[in-house]
Structure formats: structure tokens, C-alpha cells
Write a protein that binds this ligand. Structure first.
Ligand code: FAD
Length: 330
């Protein structure tokens, strides 16, 4: 049986419906490696275990626990919570890291409540001091960074997708342990039927995207929002929007970035015709590089922009697209 390091960090990895590890896995394992020894937990059909364990090793997992979903793959969340509880008993980790995805948040909340551990949601970083693992947050619309710690026990931390750049060194053959999980029988929502929605778009998903181009009220109409799409496609970016653009019906609510929308932490965030209200900043201020194009030199978005262009976006963006295309053609 595998011995687990005293500074183990248990990392629950999301598995996509396609059977692969979610993109968040790299950042979670990188974060774990920065504060301890990463031990991955993968809950999936047994036929995928070998491949997923190897993928987790390649992203830095020193050890991998695999739990079989078995016949429970129609039950949401609870099989993952059961597996996490068994894994935490076995590993006795210093902290538990989970993606701040929709499913991850559900799993983390239930796991923390069931095992009486403290929960920190939507962390943008982790650290360690003499007493244990700490979580770092961006709060009040990104105006302050704060650090939190539990008063006892291993912290359960959900990590904002894309927020942590740290990457762990690949482990060629991580120790793999098949986890014995006793189903708790806790009530679970069950999938009774599903319909596959085919996403015809080749654009990346907003949540977790490496690059995001967002448009605001300055676009003026749904038709003119096409300019945001053109720039996004030139950059290979996902599309976002301000609430004003969503409320005006330019794009669906699923595009909304901000306090009451999606929080993103891409490498590059381009804001077109967005003033930079605090509620918008709350969802994008942790982006690594922020570019803003706005005709108002006093727009608050420029306070946080790394690069800013004061000008009419309908003149600036076509020139930007042409320059990027010309650069690609070189
Ligand atoms: P505006 O503030 O109207 O700004 C439009 C900008 O476009 C201006 O700066 C203008 O100079 C510029 N512009 C206009 N024409 C051009 C042009 N041709 N070229 C270049 N620039 C141009 N907002 C969010 O985004 N996300 C949220 O999640 C969110 N949650 C909220 C929750 C609460 C409880 C509340 C009260 C508000 C929330 N808001 C949210 C709304 C937020 O306060 C702002 O109203 C909103 O973000 C403004 O969107 P905007 O920047 O697109 O529009």
C-alpha cells in the first residue's frame, strides 16, 4: 500500500464528459505542488483509470487515487463526496483542493459540511505558513487581496479556474491506488435522461479560457457585437460581455462577466466599450494582462488596464484585427 507524504495535498480532479481531465487539473496540481505533495483523486469509470492516472502524473501528481463510479454514474456529486471522504481518511492531507467549477463547488460544500472542515471558496492562490495551508482571495471587486486560514483541520479550498499559473513537474509513473469507497447513501440528484447539445462553436468556453474578448454597451447593438466576435476569433479567444450588453440583449446572459456573472482569470482580457464598473471588475480583475479600448480617457477600466487605447472602438478594433492577421501571415 502507498504511504502518503506528511505534507500531502489532496486534489480532486474534474473529468469531462468526453472522458478527459478538465483543463483546471494543471493549475490545481501546480498549486498543490507549491505547498506540499500533490495526491490526485479521480472519480471515473474504471475503464478510464489508467489513462487518467497517467494524465494526472504528467501534470505533477505524485500519487493518484482512483475511485470507480461503477453504476453510480447517474448520481450527481454524492459519489465524488463519498470518494473524497474515503481519500481524506486514507491520505490525511494538509489541505483539499477542488476546482471552483459548478460541480466542484457542489462537491466541496458537501464534503466540507460532512467532514466538519472549513471551506474557502473561489481562491485565486494558495500559500503555506508555519501552521498550515492558506487560501488567497481577491475581494470587493478585486480591490483587496486577503488571505484566510482555518482554525483547525485541513482546509477545503475551491480554486478559481485559470487563476493559478504554477505548474508541477511531470511524474512519469505516479503510485496509483484503487480507492475502496463505501457509498454513504446520502440523497443525490439523479440524471434521469440527457440530451446531447452539440456546440457548433469552435471558440473556447468562457470559464477557464486563456484569452477573453468582452464587449460592453459601447458596442451599441447585437449586430455590432460581431466586432467582438471577429477579434475573439482572430485571437482564438472566448467571448464575454458586460451586464449592460447582456441587459440590452446583445448577447445571452451566459456571456456575462462579473459579480453576478462568470469570474475569469485569463492570460489576456480585452475589454471593448466597457466602462469598468466595480461589479464588472470583480469578475476579471485577476486577468494577467488587461487591454482596454474605450473612447472615454477617464473610464475606470483604464485604472486596471495594462494597455489602454483611448479611441472609438469601431475604428481601433478593425485596425487591430488587420494588424493581427498581417502578423499571422508573416
Ligand atoms: P457603460 O457603463 O454604459 O459603459 C459603456 C462604455 O463604453 C463607456 O465607458 C463608454 O465610454 C464606452 N464607449 C461607448 N461607445 C464607445 C465607442 N464607440 N468606442 C469605445 N468606447 C465606447 N456589470 C457587469 O458587467 N457584470 C456583472 O456581473 C454585474 N453585476 C452587477 C450586480 C449588481 C448588484 C449591480 C448593481 C450591477 C451589476 N453590474 C454588473 C452592472 C455594472 O454596475 C455596470 O452597470 C455595467 O458593468 C456597465 O456595463 P458597460 O461598461 O458595458 O456600460
Amino acid at each position: 500500500m502507498t504511504d502518503f507524504a506528511a505534507d500531502s495535498i489532496l486534489v480532486h480532479l474534474d473529468v469531462l464528459p468526453s472522458g478527459e481531465l478538465a483543463k483546471s487539473a494543471a493549475g490545481l496540481l501546480g498549486a498543490a505542488a507549491s505547498v506540499g505533495t500533490p495526491v490526485a483523486l479521480i472519480v471515473a469509470g474504471a475503464e478510464r483509470h489508467d489513462e487518467l492516472a497517467a494524465a494526472a502524473g504528467a501534470l505533477g501528481a505524485q500519487a493518484v487515487l482512483v475511485a470507480d463510479l461503477g453504476g453510480a454514474d447517474t448520481a450527481l456529486t454524492v459519489p465524488h463526496v463519498d470518494a473524497l471522504a474515503a481519500a481524506a481518511d486514507l491520505v490525511q492531507p494538509d489541505a483539499v483542493l477542488i476546482s471552483n467549477s459548478i460541480e466542484g463547488r457542489d462537491i466541496a460544500g458537501r464534503f466540507a459540511a460532512r467532514t466538519r472542515r472549513a471551506l474557502s471558496a473561489d481562491a485565486v492562490g494558495v500559500a503555506r505558513d508555519d501552521e498550515g495551508v492558506l487560501a488567497q482571495h481577491s475581494v470587493y471587486g478585486g480591490a483587496y487581496n486577503v488571505t484566510s486560514a482555518p482554525t483547525f483541520g485541513a482546509y477545503v479550498i475551491t480554486v478559481r479556474q485559470g487563476a493559478i499559473d504554477a505548474r508541477a513537474e511531470a511524474v512519469a509513473s505516479p503510485a496509483v491506488t484503487a480507492l475502496q469507497v463505501t457509498p454513504s447513501g446520502a440523497p443525490a440528484a439523479v440524471i434521469e435522461s440527457f440530451e446531447e447539445a452539440v456546440n457548433a462553436s469552435t471558440r473556447p468556453e468562457l470559464r477557464g479560457a486563456g484569452k477573453v474578448v468582452s464587449g460592453g454597451r459601447g458596442l451599441g447593438s447585437g449586430e455590432q457585437f460581431a466586432l467582438v466576435e471577429q477579434l475573439a476569433d482572430t485571437l482564438g479567444a472566448a467571448i464575454g460581455a458586460s451586464r449592460a450588453a447582456v441587459d440590452a440583449g446583445y448577447v445571452p446572459y451566459s456571456y456575462q462577466v462579473g459579480q453576478t456573472g462568470v469570474s475569469v482569470s485569463p492570460q489576456l482580457y480585452v475589454a471593448l466599450g466597457i466602462s469598468g464598473a466595480i461589479q464588472h471588475k470583480a469578475g476579471m480583475q485577476t486577468a494577467k494582462t488587461i487591454v482596454a479600448i474605450n473612447k472615454d480617457a477617464d473610464a475606470p477600466i483604464f485604472e486596471i488596464a495594462d494597455f489602454g487605447v483611448v479611441g472609438d472602438l469601431f475604428q481601433v478594433v478593425p485596425q487591430l484585427i488587420a494588424a493581427l492577421e498581417a502578423n499571422k501571415a508573416k
